[in-house]
Design a protein around this ligand. Structure first.
Ligand SMILES: O=CC(=O)O
Length: 314
């Protein structure tokens, strides 16, 4: 029997031993093409068949329906990213509540807290403490729950959430005594609104003009999920008008482009998609990806297949 083939896209940065074990079992193919057409031709030559093991929690870059139709199983790395992404969401939340983007930017421009040596300029608005505020979480998967727990335990926040399905009582308790609410109530009641849901056709622009107009004046918005769950132009306009007091963003609709009004707005705390950018988390993600590769090679399917394919034999 011929050896299975494993196509490697990108490079292994941490999990070298696991990768070496895979290379003993399978022929590793590293694509040589430098453009899309060439790459597709290489895939057609037989390398891509069977499984796609994606190194990432979000898999909006993969057409799952097309894969399912062709019998291709797809995996992702859901749990490995939870801590690091939730940590960044907390950081963005605290930084936005405290108007830190203003201070960070002005300090480097030689203006202490926004004011230069001659006293010109404006002090940033005073920030707000998280304690006692309501954190609304849209999307209560692993990252949402992790953030909820930290926000409740460490910062004394009250947690409400909306999700496609309500969590079990025990899971709500562990997620900082989170209270399930309807979508509109979430918009109305949140002092901080954090987006922690996957991007797919039904969540694209789930936050747009209508939804933003239902939020509390002075709301703080945090997004570590995917840029396109928010209508970025609508967000920039609500921020410019001050209805949204501040935003903390790690993700954007057209990365690496960012809406110019967000770049220009000192109340936008902006990070270039670094939610999982830690040594430990990158390693855990690679290991999770390779666990899927090894399980597929062993003929036992995927260890963390995407939810859309749950129950299918692929
Ligand atoms: O954005 C990061 C991921 O989807 O894992």
């Amino acid at each position: 029997m011929s050896r299975p083939k494993v196509l490697l896209l990108g490079e292994v940065k941490h999990a070298h031993e696991t990768w070496a074990a895979i290379a003993q079992q399978a022929d590793v193919i590293v694509p040589q093409s430098t453009d899309r057409a060439g790459f597709l031709a290489e895939c057609r030559s037989g390398a891509l068949d069977g499984y796609i093991c994606h190194n990432g929690a979000g898999y909006d870059s993969i057409d799952i329906a097309a894969c399912t139709a062709r019998g291709i199983g797809v995996s992702h790395t859901p749990h490995a990213v939870d801590d690091a992404t939730a940590d960044l969401a907390i950081w963005l939340m605290l930084g936005s509540l405290r108007n830190l983007a203003v201070g960070l930017g002005s300090l480097r421009a030689g203006r202490w807290r926004g004011v230069d040596n001659e006293g010109k300029g404006n002090l940033p608005d005073k920030g707000h403490d998280p304690r006692g505020k309501t954190l609304g979480i849209l999307g209560m998967g692993g990252i949402g729950r992790n953030m909820a727990r930290k926000a409740a335990l460490a910062f004394g926040m009250k947690i409400i959430y909306h999700n496609r399905t309500r969590l079990a009582h025990e899971d709500e308790r562990e997620a900082g005594q989170a209270n399930y609410v309807g979508f509109e109530e979430l918009l109305r009641e949140s002092d901080v609104l954090s987006l922690n849901l996957p991007l797919n056709p039904s969540t694209k622009h789930i936050i747009s003009t209508l939804q933003l107009s239902q939020t509390k004046p002075g709301v703080v918005l945090v997004n570590t999920a995917r840029g396109a769950v928010i209508d970025e132009a609508a967000l920039a306009s609500f921020l410019a008008r001050g209805h949204v007091a501040a935003v903390g963003l790690d993700v954007y609709e057209n990365e690496p482009e960012i809406h110019p009004d967000l770049i220009a707005n000192p109340r936008a705390l902006l990070v270039p998609h670094m939610g999982t950018w830690t040594v430990e988390t990158e390693r855990a993600m690679e290991e999770a990806t390779m666990a899927n590769v090894r399980s597929a090679l062993a003929g036992t399917g995927l260890t963390s297949g995407v939810p859309e394919q749950r129950g299918l034999t692929l």
